[in-house]
Design a protein around this ligand. Structure first.
Ligand SMILES: [Zn+2]
Length: 163
């Protein structure tokens, strides 16, 4: 999701690591880093107390029929990018940096890294050089795109089973 920098923001510091910004005009939420992270560093530990049988635009998939709502809740504000700097490891329950992240940078993750077949496909406008366009879930990604990303253990299992 692209932020219009001219809109005014409601800013809330959610942790030592993250700051949630809400666009006061369109309500779009995003999460920004409050410090630098190295590749592989844990940005946040997460958990869940609600599991749903079907996905929504806010859930993260952990198994075939289990879709969680992230806690702490501000983590659900992390937007998609085709050139992400973070990854939700749903086995270790860690949000980890997959690129060096600078203080003030927006956290992003690649939605298909955790989603097999998304509830709401969308046309990506992340603006990165390797933007793949339509985001529908890992199920729809060709091999030459798959090799560029990390995936959760659940998605890796699905890809392996497909052969
Ligand atoms: Zn994109």
């Amino acid at each position: 999701m692209i932020f219009n920098e001219s809109n005014s923001m409601i800013v809330a510091s959610q942790s030592d690591a993250a700051e949630k910004r809400t666009d006061s005009i369109n309500g779009h939420r995003s999460l920004f880093s409050r410090r630098n992270f190295k590749v592989g560093e844990v940005i946040a530990t997460f958990y869940w107390d609600q599991i749903f049988p079907t996905p929504t635009y806010l859930t993260v998939q952990i198994s075939e029929h289990e879709h969680i709502l992230l806690q702490p809740e501000y983590l659900e504000c992390i937007n998609h990018s085709c050139d992400p700097n973070a990854f939700f490891d749903t086995t270790r329950k860690h949000l980890i940096a997959v690129k060096p992240i600078r203080e003030g940078e927006q956290f992003t993750f690649f939605y298909p890294s955790a989603e097999w077949d998304m509830d709401q496909a969308f046309e990506c406008q992340c603006g990165s050089d390797n933007c793949i366009g339509m985001i529908k879930g890992a199920k729809y990604l060709p091999q030459n795109v798959l090799k560029n990303y990390q995936f959760t253990d659940f998605i890796k299992g699905k890809l392996a089973a497909r052969g």
